[in-house]
Design a protein around this ligand. Sequence first.
Ligand SMILES: [Zn+2]
Length: 291
Amino acid sequence: MPQAEIGIIGGSGLYAMPGLDRVKEVRVKTPFGAPSDAYLCGVLEGRKVAFLARHARGHRILPSELNFRANIHGFKQLGVERIVSISAVGSLKEEHKPLDFVIPEQFFDRTRHRVDTFFGAGVVAHIAFADPICGELAAVIEAACKKAGVNGKRGGTYLCMEGPQFSTRAESNVYRSLGTDVIGMTNLQEAKLAREAELCYVTVAMVTDYDCWHPHHDSVTVDQILAVLTKNAENAAKVVRETVAAMPRERNCKCQSVLAHAILTDPAKIPAATRKKLKLILGKYVKTSAR
Ligand SMILES: [Zn+2]
């Protein structure tokens, strides 16, 4: 029996899942090292949910230090099929105001120091990534925002930057000229790895501020920022609850079989150690050694 079916990743401001019942802390070991923290497994709206604080409880891990592979592999080990990723972002457009939730459908990569694939070490696979977000899951979340009374907007591009420093004004203006919508530091690698692991993945980008391009950026006080963070976390908890309550039991999307035509390596040539390491990801398609 899987320990969880729906995974929630909590970002800045969301370090626990209000309403999660019968919570058990589960530490998961993975072939890629340790996930950010223990998974909090419990029941929400009658469904089995696993929650992971992306930066660990206490916010101790930089975006560039995150072990994205371990985090996603851990969810897969628990039996999770769908991941809802909650993330604080800056807005690159006037129309995306603080307290709005954006459900982006595209990503743009501006990271430099990240490991973002399960493959390599003798196995080559190229997954399709033209549509990096699960449309089925995004539709459930969009409806959940409406039910929760949150201004949720589907579409747009999440620009993933390296950090940990925020953008320069020149960078922020270039990103705006590219037509991107929100800026954050973590979600692209999660989306890639979830897709490789055949999990559905959607980002819920909670707008906290206007990055640094906005002429009134500097007049925002710390109190105002903290008030927005707190309100966003409250709203995120509501949206997650409505999302879980409305989640269809079965998946009808293509996420669950993306590897069927993505593995290029001759199975006979995949080293035994790699096969073993990737058993959870590849086992459906590549038999582990007969020995
Ligand atoms: Zn899907």
